[in-house]
Ligand binder design. Structure first.
Ligand code: HEM
Length: 449
């Protein structure tokens, strides 16, 4: 006799409605690559909170809206899993942290978090201010610079000096370690990452070069410990108290420094662009920064608490131009959501292009309005995807927000800036993490009031 309790009945619910326009085999890949923003917005306006797409034969359910996004984050590492969809990142760094199995992640998670404790964050603040000032010292009284490249360089400096210490950072720079990230950035591709294309060969070569540069340094420091960020991380045991093996340490450093600069570079550049493009709001940021910082050369914790208009500007840029436009999971067991069944084997995906522009949650969503965070109380739940959510919420969120606020505060306190490249000619670099295409900015040192 059948035991009816253990036999699961097939769900009568339909799978999510498929968005029109999919082609045989490649599905929606062309539209996804060509114009991802309008692609996801088209799906949301046609079908609402849950709809299906296909990318190279892989069915995916797109989940849009606070409830659906909350489900996405709360189900991660349960019915939803990160390992398979993020194989393109594992191809860059190996199967560490969330790029590996859940057990590995839970063992290694404390190491990541140890970098962002209160004490560690306090030690980063002066380094951030100093590094931004050193970059500004390279500017003349007036002139022009290319913003995207300048921000990429600056945030690499900040990440390196905070997480490695000056000595190791400068040594890695001299040995060509940082140059390898160009190849890694160019290889960010969730669909094609396994094909024998030149850009993926360059990625694999870069990975080997980085490993070869880090290995002797790790050995030197194991034999002769010193006191800096590099050593601090090297000495961290995993959650079971076991020291990390050399190859895991090398993978972690490569991944951490990537996470620490690639995302932040684009959002820093966009923050500057948005402020120049919104002179009314910029005037209030400037007033705040001048009042709170005075002529202090360093931004400290007290300042950080008080420059709320500045941090709201950075947050608004994170809504309009987030570095991670989609987050992806593999569905491990059938899910029922909003009247649909999403079968095991599908992927689930969130989209900032759809989620961050829903007028029910973000008033006048296409306009730049940082006051939505300070005065209107928007984006306090799962509406905002900029830094993810749940167990895997961005570990470096406070670091990144602090760094971006410091860049904006010090730069606009000292300089008047203008866009030489018109705002409507600035594109989004889709080959990486949504950095702006090259932007020429002119600057002029401000007279002391
Ligand atoms: C503007 C800058 C940044 C943005 C927009 C950003 C965005 C994100 C997002 C969306 C996630 C979640 C991914 C998912 O759920 O699939 C994430 C995770 C993560 N981020 Fe960031 N990030 C930024 C800066 C940083 C920095 C500076 C670091 C560290 C140096 C960092 C380290 C991490 C780590 C380690 C995770 C994985 C957390 C986990 O799995 O527990 N991020 N980030």
């Amino acid at each position: 006799m059948l035991n009816t309790e253990t036999v699961s009945k097939p769900s009568p619910l339909p799978t999510p409605p498929m968005l029109s326009g999919g082609l045989p085999y490649i599905g929606h890949a062309i539209e996804f690559y060509r114009d991802p923003e309008n692609f996801f917005r088209r799906g949301y306006s046609k079908h609402g909170n849950v709809f299906g797409i296909k990318l190279l034969g892989q069915p995916m359910a797109i989940l849009v809206g606070p409830q659906e996004q909350s489900f996405f984050f709360k189900s991660t590492d349960k019915q939803l899993d990160m390992e398979k969809p993020y194989q393109f990142l594992a191809a860059m760094f190996g199967r560490i942290a969330f790029l590996g199995p859940h057990d590995t992640y839970m063992l290694q998670r404390p190491i990541l978090h140890s970098l962002f404790t209160r004490d560690q964050m306090s030690s980063y603040l002066p380094i951030m201010s100093r590094t931004v000032r050193q970059w500004m010292d390279t500017l003349d009284e007036s002139g022009e610079f290319e913003l995207t490249e300048a921000m990429t360089h600056l945030v690499k400096e900040v990440a390196g000096r905070c997480f490695l210490g000056d000595e190791v950072h400068e040594r890695l720079e001299a040995e060509g370690f940082w140059d390898q990230y160009d190849a890694l950035s160019a290889s960010l591709d969730p669909l094609l990452y396994n094909l024998p294309l030149p850009k993926f060969k360059r990625r694999d070569q870069a990975k080997q070069t980085m490993r070869a540069i880090l290995q002797p340094l790790i050995e030197e420091r194991r034999a002769n410990p010193k006191q800096d960020g590099f050593q601090y991380f090297l000495d961290q045991p995993d959650g079971a108290g076991v020291p990390l093996a050399d190859d895991i340490v090398a993978s972690f450093f490569s991944a951490l420094l990537f996470a620490g600069h690639e995302t932040t570079a684009g959002q820093s550049a966009w923050s500057v662009i948005h402020l120049i493009n919104n002179p009314g709001y910029l005037a209030s940021v400037r007033e705040e920064v001048t009042r709170v910082l005075g002529d202090s050369s360093e931004v400290n914790h007290v300042h950080m608490r008080e420059i709320q208009l500045t941090t709201a500007a950075v947050q608004e840029t994170g809504r309009l131009r987030p570095s991670a436009e989609t987050l992806i999971r593999e569905v491990k067991e059938d899910i029922e959501l909003d009247g649909y069944r999403i079968p095991a084997g599908w992927f689930a995906m969130t989209s900032t292009a759809a989620a961050h522009f829903i007028p029910d949650y973000f008033s006048d969503p296409y306009s730049y309005d940082p006051a939505r965070f300070t005065e209107k109380g928007e984006g306090r739940g799962f509406e905002l995807l900029t830094f993810g959510g749940g167990l895997h919420k961005c570990t470096g969120m406070n670091f990144a927000r602090t760094e971006m606020a410091i860049i904006v505060a010090l730069l606009f306190r000292e300089y008047d800036l203008e866009l030489v490249t018109p705002f409507d000619k600035i594109g989004v670099n889709r080959g990486g993490s949504s950095k702006p295409t090259p932007v020429i900015v002119s600057y002029k040192k401000r007279a002391n009031d």
